[in-house]
Design a protein around this ligand. Structure first.
Ligand code: GCO
Ligand code: MG
Length: 411
């Protein structure tokens, strides 16, 4: 199975996506997600200029060897751009191998370990009433686990809460999408003390309204110091969170030691990580409970599986990143991997827009709160190139934060 063509396709149906498309001499087409939100063209250039020329004429069956060749052969290792580019190649090769075998990819990864993947949705609101509506809306759409984000009194714009929600017949019609199109990132504001006072009251209200059973999650989005995070974890203990995510900026692994000493609230971290080395101390010292890496940004199925196998020795589980900036190709890869591994925890699931689904045909199912990748050979995703061509790339940025005195803060 020889690679004859390798194309990098950029499309922007409702947000930007980058996809690597490999075609073999037998006419099979394999896809890999190469989307790095807000920095898309860095991965396009990495692939087009430096990787595509190496792929032509290669044996598509040699997944492990190709991974090592691209990782070690570049000399310059790790980093989101490199690891996203390697992931795209890795996932496209797994897609091809599974199609050649005539099996859905999860079968090649060891077969199904469960019926489907518990997935959580994003509920949010500017006030309690709006938040409760959003939670109910998600429960009606079949979600059995809910991430809760709310506005904070005194703060203009908060991560996870849409600014311009439209409500018709009591149903919120806009999903939260942080990246905005334009030539400059949107500026948001932040006040950690106001946030720390407010969040426990929100979780108290949600538990009173929805009872003790519903798994609830929360994303701190890298904004706290270690001692602030410890304090939040402690104050949320009565509300029994499934996890508290990214409570401190993720690059400082030692911060989690301090947080862990003070709270039993389960911790999830790693959506901005890209290699097993980012997790080494966190997993070995059992400082986290869930690995947030996506297949897309962490060197593909080959490398994320390695991280998760390491994590399994410490009872640390998967919690793969799945916002809309993970393309349908990246989501399919996550679902196949999540179905196969033993230490699956939960999958983040933000449904893609109708426009996105018109570009990417997908085989996954969503039933009884569980995702399943479907039974089509390979990943089960096809890319309609003509449809993709209708939506050219548009510059887009994630927002950034400034404190009241003008200092830039983690967003
Ligand atoms: C999440 C994430 C995302 C990120 C986004 C950045 O937990 O889903 O925090 O919403 O902000 O992926 O591109
Ligand atoms: Mg997050």
């Amino acid at each position: 199975m020889i690679i004859e063509r390798a194309e990098v396709i950029v499309t922007s149906p409702s947000r930007n996506f980058v996809t690597l498309r490999l075609t073999t001499d037998e006419g099979l087409i394999g896809l890999g997600d190469a989307t790095l939100n807000g920095r898309e063209h860095s991965v396009v250039a990495y692939l087009q200029e430096h990787v595509v020329p190496l792929l032509i004429g290669m044996d598509a069956h040699r997944i492990e060897d190709t991974w090592q060749f691209l990782y070690r052969g570049a000399y310059w290792r790790r980093g989101p751009v490199t690891m996203t580019a390697i992931s795209a190649v890795d996932v496209a090769l797994w897609d091809l191998k599974a199609q050649a075998a005539g099996m859905p990819l999860y079968q090649l990864l060891g077969g199904a370990s469960r019926k489907g993947l518990l997935a959580y949705g994003h509920a949010s609101g500017n006030d309690t009433e709006e938040l409760f509506d959003s939670i109910r809306h998600h429960l009606e759409r079949g979600f059995r686990a809910i991430r809760v984000q709310t506005a904070v009194p005194g703060v203009r714009a908060v991560y996870g809460v849409p600014h311009d929600v439209t409500v018709s017949n009591g149903v919120r019609s806009q999903e939260y999408e942080p990246a905005s199109r334009g030539a400059y990132p949107a500026e948001e504001d932040w006040d950690t003390r106001a946030y720390l006072r407010h969040v426990p009251t929100v979780f108290g209200a949600v538990r009173t309204e929805f009872g003790p059973e519903l798994p609830l999650l929360h994303d701190g989005h890298h904004r706290m110091t270690p001692i602030q995070a410890a304090s939040l974890g402690k104050s949320l203990e009565p509300y029994d969170l499934f996890w508290l995510e990214d409570c401190t900026p993720a690059e400082n692994q030692e911060a989690l030691r301090l947080v862990r000493q003070h709270t039993t609230t389960p911790l999830a971290i790693g959506e901005v990580f890209n290699s097993v080395w980012d997790y080494q101390g966190l997993i070995r010292e059992q400082l986290i409970d869930y690995v947030r890496s996506s297949v897309t940004h962490t060197g593909g199925i080959t490398h994320l599986r390695r991280i998760l196998d390491f994590a399994a020795q410490y009872q640390v589980k998967s919690g793969m990143h799945g916002p809309t900036d993970i393309s349908p190709v990246g989501m399919a890869a996550a679902m196949h991997l999540g179905l196969a591994i033993h230490n699956f925890g939960i999958q983040e699931f933000m449904p893609h827009s109708a426009k996105t689904n018109s570009v990417f045909a997908q085989s996954f199912t969503w039933k009884d709160g569980l995702l399943h990748p479907g039974e089509q050979p390979g990943l089960g995703v096809t890319l309609d190139v003509d449809e993709a061509g209708k939506y050219p790339y548009e510059q887009a940025y994630l927002p950034f934060n400034r404190l009241a005195d003008g200092t830039v803060h983690d967003w």
